[in-house]
Design a protein around this ligand. Structure first.
Ligand code: Q9C
Ligand code: ZN
Length: 347
C-alpha cells in the first residue's frame, strides 16, 4: 500500500496545552507522525511518497475563502499584536452573542475557533497546507485506479469545519480528499470516521449533501469532546437527510462490548447506500492506553477493524487523524492497514 508522507508536519509543534485545568506538553506532537512513519516502513508498507502540490481551490471546495485567508495570515498578525508565542483564543461567540466577524486578531481567533487547545504557531499554516497535499495525493492515487492508499497526515483534520478550526485540526484533510474524489469521477463517496472523537467538522461540511455519506463511531458527546455534536439523531438535513450516521458509545467501550457492532452497522450503511469509494478518518485514540481517551480497544483489535473495512470491498483512502499513545501508535496503525490488506479482495 502506498503511503504519502511529508516531514513538514513537524512545523506544527505547539508549546503547551490546557488539559484538565493544567498547562501540559501537547499530546498532538510531531513524534506521532514520525513513529507511524517508522512503523509502516518497518512493516514493509510503501513506497513512501512525497505529496504533490495541489491548488488552493481544492481547499475552498470545503472551506470558506475567508477562513483560509484568516488561517494563512493568523500567525503574522498574532506576532505583530503579541509576540512569537502560540496564538490561542480566550473567548467565543456563544449564546447571547452576535456572529459578527471582528477586526482584531484576538477576535478573529475567537470567531474561527472551537477550542483553546489548538495553537497556531509559526509553522502551522505550512504544516496544515502540506497535510492537505498529503491527503490529496492519496486521493489522486485512488482516483487513478489504486485500490487503497494511506495519507499519513498531520496535523489532523476531522474537527475542522468550513470556517472553524479546533481539536488540533485546521484544514479538514479527509473532507477535502472526499470532495476531490467527488470532483474527479466518483458519484458517491463515504467518509467512515473511526477516531475516538466525533468528526464534527466532516459531518457539518457534508450534512446537507446526498453525494457524501458520513458515518462516525465515537465516544458519546454526553461524556466526551467535542460535546456538542455527534448524537445518533443527527441523520442529515435537506437533500442530505439519511446520509449521516452517528454511533455514540459510552466510556469504557471495547471491541466486544459495543465497538464491533457499531462499526459493522456503519459499514453496512455505507455499503447499502452504494458508496463508490471510502475515505477512512483513521484515529487510533480508541486505544485502551490512549492518554486522553476512554475506550478499551487493544492492539489486536485494530487488525479486526482493518478486516471489517476491507469487507466493504471499496477503493479505500486512509487519512490519519488522532491517536496519542506514541508507544503503541505504530503497532495500532500497522495492524489496521495489515488487517485491511490481508482481508482485501484485491490486495
Ligand atoms: N482532555 C483529535 O483526536 N481536547 N482531536 C482534549 C484533553 C481535544 C482530539 C483535552 C481533543 C481533540 C483529532
Ligand atoms: Zn480523536
Amino acid at each position: 500500500m502506498d503511503v504519502v508522507y511529508s516531514e513538514l508536519h513537524a512545523l506544527q509543534n505547539g508549546a503547551y496545552e490546557l488539559i484538565g485545568g493544567q498547562l501540559q506538553p501537547p499530546v498532538e506532537k510531531p513524534e506521532r507522525a514520525e513513529t507511524i512513519r517508522a512503523a509502516v516502513e518497518a512493516a514493509g508498507f510503501g513506497p513512501l511518497l512525497s505529496p504533490e502540490s495541489f491548488p488552493d481551490d481544492t481547499i475552498t471546495r470545503v472551506h470558506t475563502p475567508e477562513f483560509v485567508a484568516f488561517l494563512s495570515t493568523a500567525w503574522d498578525r498574532w506576532v505583530e499584536a503579541h509576540g512569537p508565542y502560540d496564538a490561542l483564543p480566550l473567548n467565543w461567540p456563544v449564546r447571547t452573542f452576535r456572529q459578527k466577524i471582528p477586526e482584531a486578531i484576538d477576535g478573529l481567533l475567537s470567531y474561527y475557533s472551537l477550542d483553546a487547545g489548538t495553537p497556531i504557531t509559526a509553522g502551522t499554516w505550512k504544516a496544515a497546507r502540506t497535510a492537505v497535499d498529503v491527503a490529496l495525493t492519496g486521493a489522486r492515487l485512488i482516483q487513478g485506479g489504486k485500490r487503497h492508499a494511506f495519507a499519513l497526515c498531520r496535523p489532523p483534520g476531522h474537527h475542522a469545519a468550513a470556517d472553524l478550526y479546533g481539536g488540533y485540526c485546521f484544514l479538514n484533510n479527509a473532507a477535502i480528499a472526499a470532495q476531490y474524489l467527488r470532483d474527479n469521477g466518483a458519484a458517491k463517496v463515504a467518509v467512515l470516521d473511526v477516531d475516538y472523537h466525533h468528526g464534527n467538522g466532516t459531518q457539518a461540511i457534508f450534512y446537507d449533501r446526498a453525494d457524501v455519506f458520513f458515518a462516525s463511531v465515537h465516544a458519546d458527546p454526553l461524556q466526551e469532546y467535542p460535546f456538542f455534536l455527534g448524537y445518533a439523531d443527527e441523520t442529515g438535513t435537506g437533500a442530505g437527510e439519511g446520509c449521516n450516521a452517528n454511533y455514540p458509545l459510552r466510556w469504557g467501550t471495547g471491541w466486544e462490548t459495543g465497538y464491533a457492532d457499531a462499526l459493522d452497522d456503519a459499514c453496512r450503511r455505507i455499503h447499502g447506500w452504494g458508496a463508490e469509494a471510502v475515505v477512512v478518518s483513521l484515529g487510533v485514540d480508541t486505544f485502551e492506553q490512549d492518554p486522553i481517551s476512554q475506550f478499551k480497544l487493544t492492539t489486536p483489535d485494530y487488525t479486526r477493524m482493518g478486516e471489517r473495512i476491507a469487507r466493504l470491498g471499496l477503493p479505500t483512502l486512509f487519512v490519519m487523524e488522532g491517536g496519542y499513545d506514541v508507544a503503541a501508535l505504530g503497532d495500532n496503525v500497522v495492524n489496521t492497514l495489515t488487517g485491511y490488506l490481508n482481508a482485501s479482495v484485491v490486495a
